[in-house]
Design a protein around this ligand. Structure first.
Ligand SMILES: C[S@@+](CC[C@H](N)C(=O)[O-])C[C@H]1O[C@@H](n2cnc3c(N)ncnc32)[C@H](O)[C@@H]1O
Length: 240
């Protein structure tokens, strides 16, 4: 999805769909003490949050996928883009705030979650905040199916089915099957099937991992009018 299918990302998950969520994230990111200007996003994907955040902040975008960064560059030409793994990347500077959206779900166990949290900590200035927005925690996870996708302006279009469940509630990841139909502008249609494993952690695990990394963290329930369950967000302050 984040390599060969990357050019389809704007039709799979359009930037307009992120507007309300990005406004909520911006509100929380700006809640840190002092002026919040420079924001680092880890796992920034197609830059669909960033396009909204950049109205308010200077945003630096890190993703492991060169193809997703290329998509994001088209949408966010004014933002710095860096290829890197959120578990290991080191940019050699700090930011007023660090944001990790749904990409945090690719941390499948506590070891990798801790590495991503450590990366956020070292890039957060003393007194700054880090905000983590997993799609779910263990407490609010519900198996389910969804479908979406939109038409592009040139006849290209995407429709997909997403089916998520938890094969083993005793481990820290769940499984999602995607079936994606890609219609090219010449009318040819291709079907792609992918399986994704994504991490799922209890609230207490999140708060412990954040605390062990050095953050003062709290759980904040997202404010949203969207027709879905509000997310559990983790707002973490790096002490002065
Ligand atoms: C669901 S997409 C994120 C979409 C993003 N919220 C947006 O605004 O477009 C997940 C992203 O996580 C990235 N990713 C997965 N593992 C990563 C890692 N270890 N480090 C950095 N990025 C990672 C993928 O390349 C992909 O772009």
């Amino acid at each position: 999805m984040y390599t060969d299918l990357a050019p389809w990302w704007p039709l799979l998950s359009p930037p307009e769909d992120y507007e309300e969520e990005a406004a909520e994230m911006a509100r929380l990111l700006a809640a840190g003490p002092g002026d919040v200007r420079d924001v680092l996003e880890l796992g920034s994907g197609g830059g669909h949050n960033a396009v909204h955040l950049s109205a308010r902040f200077t945003v630096t975008l890190v993703d492991i996928s060169a193809d997703m960064l290329e998509v994001s560059r088209q949408l966010n030409p004014g933002s710095a883009h860096v290829q890197g793994d959120m578990r290991t990347v080191r940019l050699g500077r700090t930011f007023d705030a660090v944001f990790v959206h749904d990409a945090i779900e690719y941390m499948l166990d506590e070891t990798d979650l801790r590495r991503a949290v450590d990366t956020a900590f070292v890039h957060c200035r003393p007194g700054g905040v880090a905000l983590f927005a997993p799609d779910a925690t263990r407490e609010i996870f519900a198996p389910g199916t969804d479908h979406d996708g939109i038409d592009g302006s040139d006849g290209a279009a995407v429709r997909y089915l997403e089916w998520t469940w938890d094969p083993d509630p005793d481990d820290t990841h769940v499984r999602t099957e995607y079936v994606v139909l890609l219609r090219r502008s010449d009318g040819r249609v291709e079907c792609v099937h992918e399986t994704h494993s994504t991490g799922l952690f209890a609230r207490a695990t999140w708060l412990r991992v954040l605390s062990e990394a050095g953050f003062d963290a709290e759980l904040v329930v997202e404010q949203t009018t969207e027709d879905r369950q509000p997310r559990d967000l983790f707002l973490a302050r790096r002490p002065e």
